[in-house]
Write a protein that binds this ligand. Structure first.
Ligand SMILES: NC(=O)c1ccc[n+]([C@@H]2O[C@H](COP(=O)([O-])OP(=O)(O)OC[C@H]3O[C@@H](n4cnc5c(N)ncnc54)[C@H](OP(=O)(O)O)[C@@H]3O)[C@@H](O)[C@H]2O)c1
Length: 292
């Protein structure tokens, strides 16, 4: 059975491997339903989605409702709400209403402001609007997903932000200290991009910017993953990083999700490999920012 962990002080228990729902939006309803069903069979009880992931919220809502599942769903917004300008209080109110409808839930478990800059958090009224949604019970817990100074701002306000979602992986270590400190303050920390988009798949530098960034870092590190395969190294590193409640594995593949679950169950990285990975990072990539 896949272990569960407490999502900070929310009281929610979440599986330490979650399904990142970006890919769900690229599948048709039948394939998405099958992937969600397989995830539940593997013991995954946490699903991450967003308004911007195509029909991901709809697919997830339908698949979970048909199984009467009690799984925890995290979604994100601040934009893309019918009849409201993006990043306004109205976009939050209408966005939550739309998410509840698409997810088929009376209340959204966790609603994250999706990667807006710090200035928007401070000056637009969206934070206050999200707190009103939480007070009204339409959102159970509030949070922020993103990087840099906006993430740091949210991390310093645990009374507002119950949950933080940030990049954390073997090629993306900028948030390690933040994750540990936030968890100590009672915030639930979710690691996005836990495989750093699996850059080892590519013989040539990929065109997509985020994957290319990870590919460059992988080559700069010169790390040998032996005795593990790269994917096992990646998921064991991220899932057992201090402070992380769960990793959000972005995959359309039942096999890759099963490998992540099996890998994480083998525990933290062997000490020698963890030390080699840390040494390589500090020597060659220290200071590299989180990938948004
Ligand atoms: N700003 C934000 O809020 C934000 C940004 C990025 C991500 N996220 C969240 O985090 C989730 C994960 O992020 P992500 O998808 O960008 O990154 P990721 O999980 O690090 O990498 C996903 C990629 O790795 C591949 N992969 C997975 N397991 C593999 C394996 N065992 N071997 C080889 N390739 C493998 C997947 O392809 P296959 O489909 O073939 O498995 C996919 O292309 C997203 O779905 C989303 O929920 C949030």
């Amino acid at each position: 059975m896949l272990p569960s962990r407490s999502l900070g002080r929310t009281g929610l228990a979440v599986s330490c491997v979650g399904l990142g729902g970006g890919a769900l939006g690229e599948l048709d309803a039948t394939a998405a339903d099958r992937l969600v069903g397989r995830a539940l069979d593997l013991g995954v009880t946490l699903f991450d989605t967003a308004r911007s992931y195509g029909p991901s919220e709809d697919h997830l809502g339908a698949a979970l409702a048909s199984r009467a599942s009690r799984a925890i769903v995290v979604t994100k917004g601040g934009y893309g709400a019918d009849g409201a300008a993006d990043w306004t209080p109205d976009a939050i109110a209408r966005g939550v209403e739309g998410a509840r409808r698409r997810l088929r839930r009376d209340a959204v478990d966790v609603f994250l402001l999706h990667s807006c800059p710090r200035g928007t958090l401070e000056g637009s009224g969206v934070v206050e609007a999200l707190v009103r949604e939480r007070e009204a019970g339409r959102v159970r817990f509030a949070g922020y997903s993103g990087e840099g100074d906006a993430l740091a701002w949210a991390a310093e306000r645990p009374e507002i932000f119950d949950v933080l979602e940030c990049s954390l992986g073997v090629f993306d270590r900028a948030n390690e200290a933040l994750a540990r400190a936030a968890a100590e303050r009672g915030q639930g920390v979710l690691a996005k991009r836990p495989l750093s988009n699996a850059p080892w798949r590519f013989a040539e530098r990929p065109e997509r910017g985020d994957v290319a960034t990870y590919w460059d870092r992988m080559r700069a590190l010169g790390l040998d993953p032996a005795p593990l395969a790269w994917d096992e190294l990646a998921v064991r590193f991220a899932a057992h990083a201090p402070g992380v409640a769960s990793i959000l594995v972005g995959t359309a593949s039942e096999g890759h999700l099963a490998r992540a679950v099996e890998g994480v169950a083998r525990g933290p990285l062997p000490v020698e490999l963890a030390e080699r990975a840390r040494g390589a990072w500090e020597a060659r990539c220290g200071g590299a920012p989180g990938v948004i």
